[in-house]
Design a protein around this ligand. Structure first.
Ligand code: 5RP
Length: 239
């Protein structure tokens, strides 16, 4: 380790925090909020906690057990989506932000709850550093949440779909510390490294039709705004 990576990592953290800070401007008193998952969403949760400790009144639905734990630590009032089935705003990170604010999400393994919460929200603001902006989705392997039963059969079905759509690449069962990664919902994740995905909507449609696929990390038509922090400042993108 040369140490050369440290300033870049520190810069990346600062950019995530800058995007999170700008997203706070979207939050109004009394709002019902969805809280995303991941390091950028964590930055937002921490900043929101400061505001709440200063008197801001909001109620929040977390998209993962990890976010629930952090949100509790910083003093946020939590609710379930059953308590509050309609939300005003969700703030979440992304692995990639493509044209029309189509996203790849699920790098942190929370895509199912993230998508349910985003779909229940009047608005979804994505916060990210500029490295997440892409011209075409697919540089980041697409996470696909599947049921454990028949995981290999489902993996092969995903490969057949990809081939039929002219996509090539590896589809791997996600592991962590030598064990199969298990989501908060008790499912597995496939990471599909197809490279460029020229037609995300067609792929999303195909994946939704595969038995064993619970949900996939293509978020199309859900994000209403992206707040992206780069070295030149913070830009706000809308559809
Ligand atoms: C978790 C996600 C995250 O939003 C995504 O992985 C981005 O994470 P980070 O902000 O740590 O880069 O989709 O399922």
């Amino acid at each position: 380790m040369t140490g050369e990576g440290e300033p870049m990592a520190a810069n990346s953290e600062a950019l995530k925090r800058a995007a999170a800070a700008r997203a706070l401007e979207e939050v109004k008193p009394g709002m019902r909020l969805g809280l995303g998952t991941g390091s950028t969403a964590n930055a937002f949760v921490e900043l929101l906690g400061e505001r709440v400790r200063g008197g801001l009144d909001v109620r929040c639905v977390p998209t993962s057990e990890a976010t629930a734990a952090l949100a509790g630590q910083v003093g946020l009032t939590l609710a379930t989506l059953d308590d509050m089935p309609e939300l005003d705003l969700t703030v979440d990170g992304a692995d990639e932000i493509g044209p029309d604010l189509a996203l790849i999400k699920g790098g942190g393994g929370a895509l199912l709850r993230e998508k349910i919460v985003a779909a229940a929200s009047g608005a979804m603001v994505v916060i990210a550093d500029a490295a997440k902006l892409v011209g075409t989705l697919g540089r980041f392997p697409l996470p696909i949440e599947i049921v454990p039963f028949g995981a290999e059969a489902t993996r092969r079905a995903v490969l057949r779909l990809a081939e039929a759509q002219g996509l090539k690449g590896e589809v791997r069962l996600r592991t962590r510390d030598g064990h199969v990664f298990v989501t908060d919902g008790g499912h597995f994740i496939l990471d599909a490294g197809f490279g460029a995905i020229p037609d995300p909507a067609a792929l999303a449609c195909g994946l939704a039709g595969i038995a064993g696929v619970v949900e996939h990390g293509l978020f199309i038509g859900l994000a209403t705004k992206a707040i992206v922090a780069g070295d030149g400042g913070v830009q706000v993108l809308t559809r």
